[in-house]
Design a protein around this ligand. Structure first.
Ligand code: NAD
Ligand code: UFG
Length: 345
């Protein structure tokens, strides 16, 4: 790992699932962290838990990043060195129902943030992109060189923001931008005090299984077992959120030394895990079988998605080290300790 230059880092969406885990690791790496979040999809309790975990006071700005005046005010009154930008809406199905809301929020928050950065000469940015930018037809393992596309408005916001950021960097030679393409983040902090807390019925596999295990859902519905995969169920590259958080710390450090204006890195393990494999790993963590039923395919799903993570390993010296069993054990600890998620604010 490169030597860390301590920075004052603004974390947008720092109360969210991935942002919160990254805040802990940024503080542990010696950075000063400032959080901005409007709690559109998170809970203010997270900040108290982050302060307990880090032993530090975390300055919190609770506003919508699309508020240009408030964003400008934040940068005018604080000396920010770099931004890690998680804030955005992320539910694929909801984005199909509410496309304008997704374009407005994800693009609008980014425009406001980048404009304030430009005005205040903050030129280091780490952006949360997604493997979804590889579209529906990409061969596996997926490399950063593949063309980008999308199949839903959420995915298009990621494709579009990546392009906006490439154009900003091209216009401003001092800028250093990391586009981090996450595969499937799961797991929780080993303390069990922070984790993923879906506001509604979970869309994603791991939180759904965890809610079945804790008794909040009757059974898992497996969306299709007739894919061209070893057991017929969908294959994904699940990555522990702690490994993902470490990837952000490494990417941020790299931005202080690289000559490249824009760097794109896959953050995945490189291993594919099927729905049934993940269910069985969770059963091992819980210690008993969990009910499931095979139902039809979910519209828009692809058979298999997993990363070629070798570029991040080579350029960042970063590698995901946690196993599927680690991911399930840590998710289960979080779910068991917080059966109903965070207490309402
Ligand atoms: P999350 O919803 O838990 O966190 C996002 C945070 O941003 C929330 O706390 C929300 O309140 C905040 N936010 C949203 N819009 C805002 C706005 N306009 N102003 C201020 N705050 C705002 O999501 P997450 O899982 O932590 O994802 C973080 C980022 O990573 C997102 O950009 C997401 O698209 C991306 N990503 C997530 C996944 C995944 O599976 N979780 C996969 C790939 C990429
Ligand atoms: N699945 C089930 N039952 C469920 C939920 C999911 O069988 O209740 C299956 C899916 O069919 C798929 C696998 O579990 O085969 C993983 O599904 P997830 O919804 O957990 O993850 P996806 O890969 O479909 O989607 C994730 C993110 C998206 C992102 C996409 C591509 O949630 O935001 O990866 O990067 F766009």
């Amino acid at each position: 790992m490169p030597t860390v230059t301590a920075m004052r880092v603004l974390v947008s969406g720092g109360a969210g699932y991935i942002g919160s885990h990254t805040v802990v690791q940024l503080v542990a790496a010696g950075h000063d962290v400032v959080v901005v979040d409007n709690f559109a999809n998170s809970n203010p309790t997270v900040v108290n838990r982050l302060e307990a975990l880090t032993g530090q006071h975390l300055p919190l700005h609770a506003f919508d990043l699309r508020d240009v005046d408030k964003t400008e005010h934040l940068f005018a009154h604080d000396r920010i060195d770099a931004v890690v930008h998680f804030a955005g809406f992320k539910a694929v199905g909801e984005s199909v129902e509410l496309p304008l809301e997704y374009y407005e929020n994800n693009l609008g928050a980014t425009f406001s943030l980048v404009r304030a950065m430009q005005r205040h000469n903050v030129d280091k940015l780490v952006f949360s992109s997604s493997a979804t930018v590889y579209g529906a037809e990409a061969p596996v393992p997926m490399t950063e060189a593949l063309p980008t596309s999308a199949t839903n408005p959420y995915g298009w916001t990621k494709v579009m923001i990546e392009q906006v950021l490439r154009d900003v960097a091209a216009a401003r030679p001092s800028w250093r931008i990391a586009l981090l393409r996450y595969f499937n983040p799961v797991g929780a902090h080993p303390s069990g005090t922070i984790g993923e807390d879906p506001a509604d019925i979970p869309n994603n596999l791991m939180p759904y299984i965890a809610q079945v295990a804790v008794g909040r859902r009757d059974k898992l519905r497996v969306f299709g077992n007739d894919y061209d995969t070893p057991d017929g169920t969908g294959v994904r590259d699940y990555i522990h959120v702690e490994d993902l958080a470490a990837g952000h710390v490494a990417a941020l450090a790299k931005l202080t030394t690289t000559d490249a204006s824009v760097s794109t890195w896959n953050l995945g393990t490189g291993h594919g895990t099927s729905v049934m494999d993940l269910l069985h790993a969770f059963e091992r963590a819980v210690g008993h079988e969990l009910p499931y039923e095979v139902v039809g395919r979910r519209a828009g799903d692809i058979a298999a998605s997993y990363a070629d993570p070798s570029l991040a390993q080579k350029e960042l010296g970063w590698k995901a080290v946690r196993t599927i069993d680690d991911m399930c054990v840590d998710t289960w600890r979080w779910q068991r300790q917080n059966p109903d998620g965070y207490p309402s604010a």
